[in-house]
Design a protein around this ligand. Structure first.
Ligand code: ZN
Ligand code: ZN
Length: 479
């Protein structure tokens, strides 16, 4: 008798506590009990202008074999490879060769090795690992044809500038400045961009390359739950955004199924692995308007960025990389994930994004790879400029998507691992694209599939979706 009464009383106290919190929240108007989020600061970005591409002149190349032959004819003896003292501090990597004549590492001096300079014994070319590329090509200003100077070295790119005072670009910019601007320019020259700038990326990334992906080896038979139970779990946790613990409690209390929240997470991990290739390679029908945004999620106690890119018209999420950095490389990856899903790249392709310059850098990167698209930046909270006014509705669509996601993700209390968070994001995307009816699509789901929509309940649709993904994988294996 006693323990039962105690349990009852404890539950009553919990209920009262909940009640007090709810009432207080209603009174104050906001949730007082959620910890304040120490979210990363979103600094306003200075506008960044992307200039035309420079003139790229390839440097005259030599062939070290011909040069060695010439040497032999001229001197009557062979040019010997570099003699290295055994105690030499500086070494030349075996894979290194001369950027100008292609001579192998045996002919390279480690010139002042600590600073990473090398010299070729065959053609006397001086180079370092970093400026190798400039030995392969010379960059010239498209406005005055003078060679550009490298002014900055960043993690993902180098910045080149035209320093020519007679450059037409510079002259024109100077002329258009007002008196006031000129005054400010004298005090703070950094605030103005008057000279031609080019960014050269050194990112090892090939756009539109067919990524080889491994078909997951997921054995769902190891899941000791019926498909229906799995469908219920996914519905509660993903569709309704209940926490894994609450989902476990509902499974026990409502459905009489004993399952731990950890088991739920493990099962979902397997399902996500299985669904991911299907979601990523589905032949989506797309429009030419896309928007992108970043939102932050906690992974392992640290802030990570989730980049969402989606079709603004069809409401299909196409790309969702998670990265610890809000950087150009991730922006490039995110956009590329969208591009690979297109049969052809539309002529009027437009990406609507926030004011973060990483998207302009990404645009620049793709332009350098002959992939052209427009980037419209919606900056700040007010409609300061016409572009922001025109494209704000699109931006709001993706902000709504972010809110939907965060609403569901919050309940997960962040993930203990990057793996787990990617799993949840994948499941959310599968749900969003294939299962979630959308008001602006007249209550239809973004990807209409009669095999799914014909089913009466959500757990049944999840089961069917898993089924479709499994079939797809089998077909890929046979193909
Ligand atoms: Zn050489
Ligand atoms: Zn110039």
């Amino acid at each position: 008798m006693y323990p039962q009464l105690l349990t009852y009383l404890l539950q009553f106290i919990k209920y009262q506590d909940q009640m007090i919190r709810t009432l207080q929240t209603l009174l104050i108007g906001k949730n007082m009990f959620e910890k304040p989020l120490e979210e990363p600061v979103n600094k306003p970005y200075r506008k960044l202008q992307v200039d035309d591409l420079p003139i790229i002149e390839t440097v005259k190349k030599f062939d070290y074999k011909l040069l060695l032959n010439e040497y032999l004819e001229e001197h009557g003896k062979v040019l010997k490879p570099v003699q290295r003292r055994s105690n030499a501090k500086a070494t030349v990597p075996k894979t290194m060769n001369c950027p100008q004549c292609g001579a192998p590492s045996d002919y390279l001096y480690a010139n002042n090795g600590d600073k990473g300079q090398f010299q070729c014994k065959v053609c006397s070319c001086l180079f370092s690992d970093k400026n190798r590329f400039s030995k392969e090509a010379i960059l010239k200003c498209p406005h005055c044809a003078k060679t550009l100077d490298k002014i900055k070295e960043r993690k993902d790119f180098s910045v080149y500038k035209c320093r020519n005072n007679d450059c037409s670009y510079y002259r024109k910019k100077l002329k258009t400045m007002s008196k006031k601007e000129k005054k400010r320019f004298k005090k703070d020259p950094q605030a103005f961009k008057l000279r031609y700038i080019f960014r050269q990326f050194h990112i090892d990334f090939r756009p539109l390359s067919k990524r080889s992906f491994e078909l997951p080896k997921v054995d769902l038979s190891r899941i000791y739950a019926s498909p229906h139970v799995l469908g219920l779990i996914l519905t509660y946790h993903v569709n309704y955004g209940l926490s894994a613990r609450k989902t476990a409690a509902i499974m026990q209390d409502v459905h009489g199924v004993a399952i731990s929240h950890q088991t739920i997470l493990n099962y979902e991990n397997s399902v996500a692995l299985l669904l991911k290739p299907y979601v990523d390679h589905y032949p989506y029908e797309l429009s030419d308007q896309f928007c992108g945004d970043e939102t932050y999620i906690r992974v392992n106690g640290k802030w990570h960025y989730l980049f969402f890119f989606f079709d603004a018209v069809k409401k299909i999420i196409l790309s969702y990389p998670v990265s610890p950095n809000r950087d150009t490389v991730t922006a490039i990856r995110a956009i590329d994930e969208v591009l690979v899903k297109m049969q052809d790249i539309p002529k009027d392709l437009t990406f609507v994004v926030d004011g973060n310059p990483i998207y302009l850098l990404a645009q620049h990167f793709f332009a350098q790879n002959d992939i052209k698209f427009d980037v419209k930046q919606v900056i700040g909270l007010t409609n300061e400029d016409p572009i922001s006014t025109e494209y704000r509705p699109l931006k709001q669509i993706i902000e709504r998507l972010n809110r939907t996601f965060k609403g569901n993700y919050r309940s997960t209390h962040g993930f203990g691992s990057e793996h787990g968070s990617v799993s949840y994001v994948t499941l959310f995307v599968a749900y969003f694209n294939f299962l979630r009816p959308h008001a602006s699509l007249e209550g239809k789901v973004p990807v209409v599939n009669t095999a799914l929509s014909g089913l009466p309940t959500m757990p049944a649709r999840w089961t069917k979706l898993i089924d479709l993904a499994q079939h797809w994988i089998v077909q890929q294996r046979l193909a």
